[in-house]
Design a protein around this ligand. Structure first.
Ligand code: NAP
Length: 491
């Protein structure tokens, strides 16, 4: 018989971004109130706190990029910009009284499970320790900027920074700026950068599929309707959800829709081809969806500006005041900006995580990160993840996935509490079977086509994306199956 009077397990949530906030709210609602949120930075918001580059905005419509249980009905535009999104998550922390539970400036270096006491020992960067019964990582996939190790970079002499650590103190006015990378972030910061800089050289390895962004401001009337007409906001949200959900059809290998986009977009892009902007710079040589499909209304116009040039030769090295490409050309620049993405396939690294019988997560994930449903890893009891392996999306809102995961994890922690358990640990055979099926599905997606993307690791294994409709994930996550876990009673 479950004893609902059992004490709340002590829960440590890592990260005060969207994921950490969401799971904290769901745990508190379930009465699991011995909870602390350990945040490395100085505040709330995660990626929306870190990424302040000019033009930063979400490429998922805001009404769906917000919690279903805490809708914001007065978004100013369809695709909100970073300050409005950050302010939404800060407001969530206030509304749910989470700030008193958040310890900022806390970087967890090591997490070690003690089997004798069934406790997690979290070692912080300042040498102190936090002890918890349950650890929930809200670190996600995109929290560690990746800067390639380019020969001679140390000798450059000018300012160098990554887009996720934008240096607002560096005035780009009139400067010669080198931008390395042209992914989701660069597509957003390149246009405002080109407006300010004297000249921008974009070092591009491969072109992206970029579609028009159906963005605009909401009128005062629209906002009134969304705020006051019963169910208007709900219906609007669901409309966005299903419109995006159908885009998973693109993600299927050989999809007819994908081929149609390829044909139509290539035809439009060929109109922009010139001596300065060859087809190779504009038209991707891989199917749409293999990498994230980007949206922008000003990116191609920016490439056509007289003060912007696209360099397709690969970078060989950097020397004082210049980037030298493999064809021997010396490109003189004053500032270098890396839009080179994140260490997305490394997940929890560099944190060291040690589970049962001294199991090391780095070893367990040597050939690629894997988990059960993206949230639990065999051998690591009472340790859960949000936005973990194979839960990223190329077609819908990650907030939807995070909510499903938060409910599932809350259900697991409730079981610990109510059944008087010391720990639960997903069975290795369950996790293996799940991943075999998942990889079979991934094989049927366009992500395995011939393109480099952060959706797969260096072995070509799709470690990051959920290879199906999100509705099937949602359905599966509603069903917490106790028999899939080894359960150890509290002694
Ligand atoms: P990204 O999409 O991974 O793009 C990285 C770029 O850097 C690519 O153009 C890549 O070239 C280039 N690159 C990587 N290593 C390089 C090297 N050694 N030398 C030269 N170029 C190199 O990274 P991101 O733009 O930061 O975006 C990452 C993810 O963050 C997105 O996919 C998205 O999920 C998220 N994001 C979301 C939004 C949003 O609106 N919600 C905005 C920004 C970012 P190749 O393509 O040739 O490899």
């Amino acid at each position: 018989m479950p004893s609902t009077s059992s004490r709340s397990p002590r829960v440590a949530v890592l990260g005060a971004g969207a994921a950490g906030l969401c799971v904290a709210i769901k745990l508190l609602e379930a009465g699991i109130d011995d909870l602390v949120i350990l945040e490395k930075s100085d505040g709330v918001g995660g990626t929306w706190r870190a990424n302040t580059y000019p033009g930063a905005a979400c490429d998922v419509p805001s009404h769906l990029y917000s919690f279903s249980f805490a809708p914001k009905k007065d978004w100013t535009r369809k695709f909100a910009e970073q300050p409005e999104i950050l302010s939404y998550f800060e407001g969530i922390a206030d509304r749910y009284d989470l700030r008193r539970r958040i310890r900022t400036g806390c970087e967890v270096r090591r997490a070690r499970f003690d089997e004798d006491t069934a406790e997690w020992h979290l070692e912080l960067a300042d040498g102190t320790e936090v002890i918890a019964d349950v650890v929930v990582s809200g670190l996600g996939q995109l929290n560690r900027p990746y800067t390639p190790d380019i020969e001679g970079l140390d000798s450059f002499g000018g300012e160098v920074f990554h887009s996720a650590r934008w240096r607002h103190d560096v005035d780009l006015a009139g400067k010669r700026v080198g931008v390395i990378g042209n992914g989701a972030s660069a597509v957003q910061f390149l246009p405002p950068t080109a407006e300010r800089a004297g000249h921008v050289t974009l070092f591009q390895r491969s072109a992206n599929w970029i579609l028009p962004k159906p963005d605009r401001e909401f009128s005062a009337r629209e906002r009134r309707i969304l705020a006051s007409v019963p169910f208007a906001e709900r219906l609007f949200r669901w409309n966005i959800y299903w419109r995006l959900e159908k885009n998973f059809f693109f993600m299927r290998r050989g999809s007819r829709l994908g081929k149609l986009i390829d044909r139509m977009a290539s035809k439009e892009l060929r109109k922009l081809v010139s001596d300065d902007l060859p087809a190779e710079a504009l038209i991707p040589d891989y199917p749409p969806g293999c990498k994230r499909i980007l949206i922008s209304n000003d990116y191609y116009q920016t490439l056509l500006r007289p003060n912007v040039s696209v360099e397709l030769a690969h970078i060989d090295h950097v020397e004082p005041g210049a980037v030298v490409t493999e064809d021997g050309t010396r490109h003189e620049v004053d500032v270098l900006i890396f839009g080179t993405g994140f260490r997305s396939t490394e997940f929890l690294a560099p944190m060291e995580v040690t589970g049962r019988a001294g199991a090391d997560l780095n070893d367990a994930w040597a050939t690629g990160a894997r988990a059960h449903l993206g949230v639990a890893i065999a051998g690591f009891p009472n340790f859960f993840m949000l936005y973990g392996p194979n839960t990223n999306l190329g077609h819908n809102s990650i907030i939807f996935m995070i909510e499903a995961q938060s409910r599932y994890i809350t259900r697991a922690v409730r079981e610990l509490r109510d059944d008087g358990l010391a720990w639960i640990d997903v069975r290795a055979d369950v996790m293996d079977r799940y991943n075999t099926r998942l990889q079979k599905n991934a094989d049927g997606t366009v992500w395995v086509a011939d393109c480099d993307s952060w959706y797969k690791n260096e072995h070509g294994v799709v470690t990051n994306n959920w290879p199906a409709f999100t509705v099937s994930y949602w359905k599966r996550m509603r069903d917490f199956r106790s028999h899939e876990f080894v359960r150890r009673a509290r002694t």
